[in-house]
Design a protein around this ligand. Structure first.
Ligand code: NAD
Ligand code: 4PL
Length: 243
């Protein structure tokens, strides 16, 4: 088990990739703090992994501080931050408004800034940390109907590189995982669900991506043994963007 006795905060843990990450980190021995704006969903995930839940909106500084305070008061430390929560829109370019843009940025980018700032203190005190930020292969593919999201996820990746540079001296690694199209509750309830057939033709491995296909990449980067890997992008998309 790669994460025995490690304490892991997973945002977006109510469903989809976040839930699969919570399940996988727990299977590797971690004590999981399942965080989501959907408090009931976070509770369900936490129950399944014998972990704890925190209802929090990652775009709100006071929620994020409470998330870290509750984790440290219960477990005494934060070893892993898996940033999975995000808004995944489907909006034709002609219909994207400035309000849409700002809302995406407030969750997908402000949320990263706030969570990373908040875990930095306990991680620096321990001289140890593993931060994994989920971006998307849309930053390589320029996928349509997602321009504001693509911009936010490009920011996630660029910020990951910068933070890796800033935090390495404290024993903290910062990496990104870039999934391709994945069958999650969010995607299956959106027009993205119709893209699987097309996307499978672009993949090296021609089947539908599931949340459990993504979680092991996050678990590796969250593990102690990945300590020589930082500022990296691990693309988990069945080779869709390999060329
Ligand atoms: P999803 O919509 O199924 O689940 C997202 C979860 O995040 C939900 O439980 C939601 O309540 C939570 N959340 C949203 N805003 C939040 C906030 N402000 N504070 C706290 N929690 C919040 O999404 P998913 O498809 O599982 O995607 C998860 C991650 O993977 C996202 O970062 C997404 O960008 C990324 N991703 C997804 C795909 C895909 O095809 N599903 C592909 C590439 C990247
Ligand atoms: C290939 O991250 O990676 C649709 C929606 N298609 O959110 C994504 C692809 C979507 C993706 C994504």
């Amino acid at each position: 088990m790669k994460l025995q006795d490690r304490v892991a905060i997973v945002t977006g843990a109510a469903q989809g990739i976040g839930k699969a990450v919570a399940d996988k980190l727990a299977a590797e021995g971690a004590k999981v703090v399942a965080v989501d704006v959907n408090g009931e969903g976070a509770e369900r995930t936490a129950e399944g992994v014998d972990g704890t839940a925190v209802q929090a909106d990652i775009s709100k500084p006071e929620d994020v501080q409470r998330m870290v305070d509750e984790t440290v008061s219960r477990h005494g430390k934060v070893d892993v931050l898996a940033n999975v929560a995000a808004i995944v829109p489907f909006t034709a370019w002609d219909d994207v408004t400035f309000d849409d843009w700002r809302r995406i940025m407030s969750v997908n980018l402000d949320g990263l800034f706030l969570t990373m700032k908040a875990v930095e203190k306990p991680m620096r005190a321990a001289g140890y940390g593993r931060i994994v930020n989920v971006t998307s292969n849309v930053i390589l593919a320029g996928t349509p109907n997602l321009a504001h999201y693509v911009a936010s996820k490009g920011g996630v990746w660029a910020f990951t590189r910068a933070a890796a540079r800033e935090l390495g001296k404290y024993g903290i690694t910062v990496n990104s995982v870039a999934p391709g199209l994945t069958a999650t509750e969010g995607v299956m309830a959106s027009p993205h669900a119709e893209a699987f057939e097309f996307v499978q033709m672009l993949q090296c491995i021609p089947r539908r991506g599931e949340a459990t296909d993504i979680a092991p990449s996050v678990a590796f980067l969250a593990s102690e043994e990945a300590g020589w890997v930082t500022g990296q992008l691990l693309v988990a998309d069945a080779g869709m963007t390999h060329n």
